[in-house]
Design a protein around this ligand. Structure first.
Ligand code: SF4
Length: 708
């Protein structure tokens, strides 16, 4: 019997787990009591994580390829698969330039994997065409932090939960999607009944049900609400004049903006009582600790960046940031979305939060990597742009790593047409459940969680080491090894000559020296000794032991990462520019998660216990909307948008507002049909700054399904 300490590979809470491997190879798992993020707790998904490793029934076991899509896949050797891929990449790059190829990766990739793919394409191929599915969930928060605080830096930590007396949850359902965070919030409230929880969500959820105040706003009115709260904070003198004067810019424009709308007007637009807005503002204004959590309700929006800024504004005008229990806290949906941000895993950034448009930053990485080419000076294609470019034949080849865009991309017809038309597709994944496999020219089997070593960073900037505990089945390889083997076939072997991921990690940490996320000196041994560490490090190392755990909280000195060290308050417009509803499509559709599933179900869908909670997709619709359409509970409905349709049973409930309906985002195929796939309906609008799609607002109509 042997035990291993690892990290849950689902959501960004990053709970520590202890895995026990019995002599017969059976695995069992429990929460790690020593891990500061979860203190031994696990949610239903985390508790059943080991089943995803033990069930190998749908694993990809060996490399496969075919010379054209009408042929069946053939088993080939790793050398053959990677040599052919390298030959195709070299031919395309020679003929069409480096921007003819792209990598589309995942927030499930480990930090080392993210770093290597970035190094390869940005530093050696010469294109910035790498983007991640994290673009679909947190890029608006990245831009919001940068514009307000000067860098993509989450200023808070989980211990701020227990130091807060007002917890403001907006556009998020942590009770289901970040359950361990929510358990900490509930335990804090139980021990301190004076703590107030405010939930902002157009739907009633388990989060709103355990809150003191639910602001059930109309979809798309988040900025109207935040600006109204800002106005009340100013009018009732809850703002911190000294903090505003000494540490921020932009207050007078903000004040002018928020004064343009009365609270009654705001309440009417939001569809809530004005009194409730006053209550929320009073609680925030009087609080000693104001902690705000948000996820997709703010981020996945055509105005996502402005929604983020409008929330961060509330912390800046009250000075409620940089001290215990205070600050804006964007939760991440994936286990290593943060690691991707740190290593430059977006089309516009480089490792160490450097920017591709910054000549100095490019020069630093060119020198560090000793690149044979100049790093391109403009951002590469973002997630949605990649698939649009594939469909237009501007992009010739795409390499998809550990993500399932044929379920997760908005307006799925675009992604499907793109993969159909594409010249060359490489799919690197764990299982054949990914819907992209059938479009692949080359399939590369990847090692799964527990089958490879590496690191991840959770939502509170905490880096944890993940050990290898079991062998990967068949010929599956760790993703990092696949990339460094491919780089060698491309002729870059001297710069990708790694023996293990520990060497990759050491190289990555060196390039963070002097940046705001400095983790130089951290290595696998130190992480194993200390269990985890939060960046940036401010302490010295003695005998490879870290005396304290990095930095819990940023901006305690009120010096921000902007050039003049002052945070920027933004006067943001409150109009929503989502797809309009009309007579043909009068309802707003919002998509989201359910309790026991995660992403496109390629992992959770393999666990029988998790499938029991909600076995089929469903549409939540308000009783008034169901009645006017003559639809009864449990009947099959057709949901149509300007792009496609979905057919699922209805759940008639007052949990959604009139005019709003909700569909879970997890399902792809059901019984061979794509008619449960939410992204048949969503649109391809994106936030102009973050390029994050508008998953939370699509115009639809619902009708009873009638057999043809
Ligand atoms: Fe895993 Fe997230 Fe659940 Fe923690 S809260 S056990 S990280 S899914």
């Amino acid at each position: 019997m042997k035990t291993f300490k690892s990290t849950c590979c689902y959501c960004g809470v990053g709970c520590g787990v202890v895995v026990t491997k019995e002599g017969n190879g059976q695995l069992s798992l429990e929460g790690d009591k020593e891990h500061p993020s979860n203190k031994g707790m696990l949610c239903s998904k985390g508790m059943n994580l080991h089943y995803t490793v033990m069930d190998q029934s749908d694993r990809l076991l060996y490399p496969q390829m075919r010379l054209n899509r009408s042929m069946p896949m053939q088993r080939v050797s790793w050398d053959d698969a990677l040599e052919r891929t390298a030959a195709v990449f070299k031919t395309l790059i020679k003929k069409f330039g480096p921007d003819s190829v792209a990598f589309y990766v995942s927030g499930q990739c480990l930090t080392e994997e993210y770093y290597l793919v970035n190094k390869l394409i940005k530093g050696f191929i010469g294109s910035n065409n790498i983007d991640t599915n994290s673009r679909l969930c947190m890029s608006s928060a990245v831009v919001g932090y940068k514009l307000a605080l000067g860098e993509d830096s989450v200023p808070v930590c989980y211990d701020d939960i227990e130091a807060a007396d007002v917890i403001f949850v907006t556009g998020a359902n942590p009770a289901w999607c970040h359950p361990i965070i929510w358990r900490r919030v509930e335990a804090h409230k139980e021990a301190n009944p004076n703590v107030k929880i405010i939930c902002v969500d157009p739907r009633k959820t388990d989060t709103s049900r355990s809150s003191d105040l639910h602001l059930q706003i109309a979809p798309g009115t988040d900025i109207v609400l935040n600006n109204a709260i800002g106005r009340i904070l100013i009018e009732r003198n809850y703002i911190d004049q000294d903090f505003i004067a000494n540490h921020t810019d932009g207050f007078s424009d903000f004040k002018e903006k928020v004064m343009q709308r009365t609270i009654d007007e705001a309440a009417e637009l939001c569809g809530i009582n004005a009194d409730d807005i006053y209550t929320a503002a009073e609680w925030i204004g009087r609080s000693e600790g104001f902690l705000s959590f948000w996820t997709m309700g703010l981020n996945q929006s055509v105005i996502g960046v402005n929604k983020n800024l409008s929330l961060i504004n509330l912390h800046l005008i009250t000075g409620k940031i940089g001290k215990p229990g205070n600050g804006p806290f964007s939760l991440t949906g994936q286990p290593n979305a943060m690691g991707g941000r740190e290593t430059g895993g977006l089309a516009n950034i480089l490792p160490g939060h450097r920017e591709v448009v910054n000549a100095e930053h490019r020069a630093e990485m060119e020198q560090f990597w000793n690149t044979p080419v100049k790093i391109a000076n403009k951002p590469g294609l973002t997630a949605t742009e990649m698939f649009e470019a594939l469909a237009d034949d501007k992009l010739k080849a795409i390499w998809i790593i550990n993500t399932n865009p044929l379920v997760s991309m908005p307006d799925i017809n675009v992604a499907e047409a793109a993969l159909n038309k594409s010249r060359f597709v490489v799919v690197q994944d764990v299982s054949n459940r990914a819907d992209t496999v059938k479009f692949a020219d080359v399939v590369l089997p990847a090692a799964a969680w527990l089958e490879k070593e590496g690191t991840m960073t959770n939502a509170e900037r905490r880096i944890t080491h993940l050990p290898k505990a079991v062998d990967a089945p068949g010929e599956a390889l760790p993703d990092a090894e696949i990339i460094w083997r491919f780089a060698e076939k491309m002729g870059f072997g001297d710069s990708f000559n790694y023996k293990n991921t520990s060497e990759v990690y050491d190289e990555y940490t060196q390039c963070t020296a002097g940046t705001t996320i400095d983790v130089t000196g951290v290595n696998y041994q130190l992480l194993k000794n200390n269990r985890s560490v939060q960046w940036p490090l401010t302490t010295s190392f003695e005998n490879n032991i870290l005396p304290v755990t990095g930095t819990k909280r940023l901006f305690t000195d009120h010096e921000f990462y902007t050039k003049n060290k002052r945070a920027q308050i933004h006067a943001v417009n409150d109009e929503n520019t989502s797809e309009p509803v009309d007579e043909d499509f009068p309802l707003v559709l919002t998509t989201g998660r359910i309790r026991d599933q995660w992403h496109t179900m390629t992992k959770t869908g393999r666990v029988a216990k998790l499938n029991q909670h909600t076995p089929q997709p469903f549409l939540q619709i308000h009783p008034e909307d169901a009645k006017s359409r003559n639809i009864k509970e449990g009947q099959l409905a057709v949901i149509k948008s300007r792009r496609g349709e979905v057919r699922v049973k209805v759940n008639i409930t007052e949990d959604v507002r009139p005019g709003l309906c909700f569909l879970p985002m997890h399902w792809g195929k059901i019984l061979g049909s794509n008619l449960g796939r939410a992204n048949n309906l969503t649109n391809n609008l994106v936030d102009p700054k973050s390029k994050e799609p508008d998953f939370k607002f699509s115009a639809v109509e619902v009708s009873l399904y009638k057999k043809p």
